[in-house]
Design a binder for this molecule. Structure first.
Ligand SMILES: CCCCCCCCCCC/C=C/C(=O)SCCNC(=O)CCNC(=O)[C@H](O)C(C)(C)COP(=O)(O)OP(=O)(O)OC[C@H]1O[C@@H](n2cnc3c(N)ncnc32)[C@H](O)[C@@H]1OP(=O)(O)O
Length: 303
């Protein structure tokens, strides 16, 4: 059978052989089978830096939005644009996501986007959150989260949406879906993504208590796949990517799609309803009060 990459049509006899070598599989497979010097393509905005190594097909995306990489509407928009660029780039087969901000991977959704704004704003913001998840969870690239800091709520969702999670061993770092601690609720597709990673029982307890798991515990419950010292993170991420890229892209992609399709389809079928639910929920006085108290608590913690 011909690989899923577009080949000259009809597929000439014998063409399968050169395309069968693992390092030639996939979207980069149409490049001539010669050793090319390492080539880097970089693009950047004020929130995200992306570097694509076109010889390996691996892109590294660094979040660089101080102070805590919170997922504002602007951040989500830039994130989606970057994901779309990479997804459409035939030279890119894999993506490593990490942070350029010390100690923080991402602090999750920007609470200020959910506080004191108009219903139109809430709807626009929530559509952007959905879009980010649809693109990342549904990506055909190999995706690895190199988690070099704390990663609560929406930050954890980003990590969960990748194919593999490697976290830096540091007793101060935590990760989890802590929405309940803010007096809010993780939506069904956050929950489904979590359940698909850690299983129903662990997810149920963790979600109800809004737990932020220290790294060792996150590893024990399967929320992260590996724990490494900070200085080994990039090397480990590259090794994991190489292992996943050794397989034919079409087989890996179809398997990924099979595993994730039900959850993605469910969200797509209920997308507008989910936006309405979010707007209704977040606009409630009691929820606005909870968010306000949470922000106060964050500020007090500093002083
Ligand atoms: C019927 C059901 C219907 C359901 C419908 C849906 C319901 C709603 C679903 C919403 C889902 C929400 C998902 C989320 O992601 S909510 C965000 C959760 N995030 C957090 O709880 C993290 C909070 N932050 C922290 O814990 C710490 O800040 C952190 C560990 C990340 C860093 O600590 P550090 O000490 O280094 O830094 P500071 O705390 O001093 O923070 C620096 C400044 O950044 C501000 N900050 C932090 N996090 C956020 C954030 N998420 N959004 C906005 N701003 C944030 C913090 O206040 C500091 O600001 P100032 O310098 O101005 O004080």
């Amino acid at each position: 059978m011909c690989p899923s990459v577009p080949l000259p049509s009809p597929c000439p006899p014998g063409i399968l052989f050169p395309y069968s070598s693992p390092q030639l599989w996939g979207r980069a497979a149409l490049q001539p089978p010669v050793l090319l010097p390492t080539q880097r393509r970089t693009f950047s905005n004020n929130k995200i830096l992306v570097e694509l190594d076109t010889s390996s097909g691996v892109a590294t995306m660094k979040f660089k939005s101080p102070p805590v990489n919170s997922l504002s509407l602007d951040f989500l928009t830039e994130f989606c644009i970057s994901l779309e660029k990479l997804e459409n780039d035939r030279a890119c087969r894999a993506l490593i996501i990490t942070s350029a901000i010390p100690r923080i991977f991402s602090s999750g959704l920007d609470i200020m986007e959910m506080f004191g704004k108009s219903t139109e704003h809430y709807a626009e913001f929530w559509r952007a959150v959905q879009e980010m998840w649809l693109r990342l969870y549904g990506s055909s690239m190999v995706t690895v989260a190199a988690i070099n800091g704390s990663s609560p709520a929406g930050g954890c969702l980003i990590a969960l949406s990748c194919d593999y999670r490697i976290m830096v061993e540091n007793p101060k770092y935590v990760i989890g879906l802590n929405e309940a601690q803010l007096g809010i609720v993780a939506p069904f597709w956050f929950k489904d993504t979590f359940v698909n990673t850690v299983g129903h029982r662990v997810a149920e307890r963790s979600l109800q208590l809004g737990l932020l798991h220290p790294v060792t515990e996150a590893h024990q419950i399967g929320l992260v796949d590996e724990v490494v010292p900070e200085e080994k993170l990039q090397e480990k991420a590259a090794a994991v990517v190489a292992q996943w890229l050794a397989l034919p892209d079409h087989a890996r992609q179809l398997t990924k799609s099979m595993m994730r399709k039900a959850v993605l389809d469910h969200m797509l079928a209920h997308r507008e309803e989910d936006i309405q639910n979010f707007v209704k929920f977040i606009s409630k006085d009691s929820i606005q009060k909870s968010l306000s108290m949470y922000m106060e608590m964050l500020k007090k913690k500093k002083s």
